[in-house]
Write a protein that binds this ligand. Structure first.
Ligand SMILES: C[S@@+](CC[C@H](N)C(=O)[O-])C[C@H]1O[C@@H](n2cnc3c(N)ncnc32)[C@H](O)[C@@H]1O
Length: 283
């Protein structure tokens, strides 16, 4: 089941491989501290791999969108009817302003969020330091929304989930014995100046990456299985998710983007999927 949102770093295409990395169904609670568009959760729940689930993200507007789709999908669809498909460029900045003014909960908020995501430049989501969505208008012929069946399918998959606005530390700390955690943080940048990570006003740097690796290891010692993904960089393999700390690299996959290293060579960007736990404390 495809997510309703286009989301930078979204894992729709890799969801099957991430599912495999867990090695089986989740018998406890499935925990996603960086849920984003929900691609991995939707994939796993649609296959019956996941029952009870805690889905969290630091972006409050995003979590409110999932809540509205879970609890009031008819109202979201009705609100979307009020937004244009054809002459969207004329009203884009007006809708963006209304979205930023709030309120940031409920069906109207969710409809505006989805519409901006489909009408804005490249399906980007970016906030400035004050937390305002600031993506310019896109260049599409018209706004293409998923069909009603997709909305209802996603709403069905979200039923019974515990959706939370939270930083990753609080969420990972909820995981214990028998639980499965999938961590998909903003990528470690490929270069110092590259990469977009402004999903929300909270910055995510190397300090947070290290903190996440530490929390993943602690959850593993409590008896959870934690799968993480990130760019395949030496710092990720050898410092953040190192073998010495109990992590194992399960797979390396192309991300599907490429950067130019020189005029003639294009090197594919790789993504690493790592796993840790459950671990036993050595006495
Ligand atoms: C790579 S995206 C996750 C994509 C998701 N797996 C998907 O398939 O759509 C990273 C997510 O982390 C969230 N995020 C950034 N900083 C965070 C933090 N400190 N705690 C929790 N979530 C955070 C962002 O809002 C973003 O949705």
């Amino acid at each position: 089941m495809k997510p309703l949102l286009k989301w930078a770093g979204g894992k729709h295409k890799l969801a099957g491989r991430i599912d495999d990395a867990f090695g089986g169904r989740c018998g406890g609670t499935y925990v996603e501290p960086f849920v984003g568009s929900g691609a991995v959760f939707f994939h796993r729940r649609a296959r019956g791999e996941v029952g009870e689930a805690v889905l969290a993200d630091a972006n409050d507007k995003l979590v409110a969108l999932h809540v509205a789709i879970r609890d009031a999908v008819d109202d979201v669809l009705a609100e979307l009817e009020r937004l244009p498909v054809e002459d969207y460029r004329e009203v884009y900045y007006e809708v963006r302003e209304a979205f930023n003014a709030g309120p940031h909960t409920g069906p109207r908020h969710a409809a505006r969020f989805l519409w901006l995501n489909r009408a804005g430049f490249n399906g980007l989501y970016r906030e400035n330091r004050s937390g305002a969505y600031n993506v310019p208008v896109g260049r599409y012929a018209q706004v293409r929304m998923p069909d009603e069946a997709a909305f209802r399918g996603v709403s069905g998959l979200l039923q019974g989930t515990d959706l939370r606005v939270a930083g990753f530390v609080d969420t990972v700390r909820r995981a214990g014995r028998g639980d499965q955690v999938y961590c998909d943080p903003p990528y470690v940048p490929l270069t110092q100046s590259a990469d977009f990570t402004a999903y929300c006003k909270v910055p995510f740097g190397l300090r947070e990456q290290r903190e996440l690796a530490r929390e993943a290891q602690r959850a593993a010692f409590r008896g959870a299985t934690v799968v993480l993904s990130n760019h395949d960089l030496p710092i990720v393999r050898h410092q953040l998710y190192s073998r010495a700390d109990g992590f194992a690299v399960v797979e390396t996959l192309p991300v599907g983007r490429a950067i130019s290293r020189s005029v003639n060579s294009r090197k594919p960007i790789l993504e690493v999927i790592a796993r840790i736990g459950p671990l036993r404390q050595v006495a």
